[in-house]
Design a binder for this molecule. Structure first.
Ligand SMILES: CCCCC/C=C\C/C=C\C/C=C\C/C=C\CCCC(=O)SCCNC(=O)CCNC(=O)[C@H](O)C(C)(C)COP(=O)(O)OP(=O)(O)OC[C@H]1O[C@@H](n2cnc3c(N)ncnc32)[C@H](O)[C@@H]1OP(=O)(O)O
Length: 209
């Protein structure tokens, strides 16, 4: 008999408060702050741009070669740290933090700010697609058979609010040979805002080495 898990399993990397993760958290703040500031801001934007460019110059000067970095990114066998949805090393990741549940599904919560806006006060539909594509991919990984997205069908039921807690879910529904069918949704205040049906094909591109 398998003992029931008391804690849900972490399926995505959690940010450290140090190293590149801390710098990425700061950069996420900068992205949101710039959009909040806009052209009406009293801040001296030329100086801000110069300082940000100096930071980027410093990072580029000390970074490993790109091909080596690609190898490093893909060296682990488990969860990724660089992806654009959950990755603590990726400034454009909100980040969403996903856990695996005993019923075979995955779930995470996230609140999205101004950088992810589409219609006024609401999440851009392409951002919802990004979150769901990735969450369905992780759900397949959790279920034990993963692949590449071949089709992703989205239904936008109601606008997805910014600044509110969203729950993102994914669940593998069926595997038929190499075809994997997976479903998911984004809900806010218990109501479905976006639902997704995905067809994934069991195929994996080779990792850089
Ligand atoms: C992606 C994996 C990442 C791995 C990470 C590893 C560890 C990290 C751990 C945790 C994280 C977990 C997951 C990662 C999270 C998210 C993943 C994001 C997913 C993506 O972001 S991924 C990028 C976008 N994605 C593409 O970039 C795909 C481009 N595309 C292709 O690479 C090919 O197109 C492919 C592979 C789709 C199929 O090519 P193929 O040659 O392998 O397959 P083939 O043609 O033989 O078809 C076999 C049968 O599928 C049917 N079929 C094929 N395609 C179909 C379609 N579109 N619609 C309906 N049916 C279709 C055929 O009709 C046939 O059916 P039948 O057998 O019945 O005839």
């Amino acid at each position: 008999m398998t003992a029931a898990r008391e804690q849900p399993l972490e399926l995505t990397a959690i940010s450290h408060n140090e190293g590149v993760d801390a710098a990425v958290s700061a950069a996420r703040r900068v992205i949101a702050s710039l959009l909040h500031a806009g052209d009406g801001s009293a801040a001296e934007m030329k100086e801000v741009a110069d300082r940000l460019n100096a930071v980027a110059d410093h990072l580029d000067e000390h970074a490993p070669a790109m091909d080596q970095r690609m190898v490093d990114m893909w060296s682990g066998e488990g969860i990724t740290r660089h992806d654009p949805v959950t990755g603590p090393e990726n400034t454009i990741a909100p980040p969403l933090h996903l856990t695996g549940k005993d019923d075979g599904s995955v779930e995470g919560v996230v609140a999205l700010g101004l950088p992810y806006q589409g219609p006024p006060g609401h999440v851009h539909g392409g951002i919802s697609a990004l979150l769901l594509d990735h969450t369905l991919g992780v759900a397949n990984h959790w279920a034990g058979q993963s692949g590449m997205t071949a089709e992703l069908t989205l239904r936008y039921h109601r606008p997805t609010p910014l600044f509110e807690q969203l729950t993102v879910t994914g669940e593998q529904i069926a595997v038929d040979g190499r075809k994997i069918r997976t479903r998911g949704a984004i809900t806010a205040r218990g109501e479905v805002c976006v639902s997704a049906d995905g067809l994934f094909i069991a195929k994996h591109l080779p990792r850089p080495r």
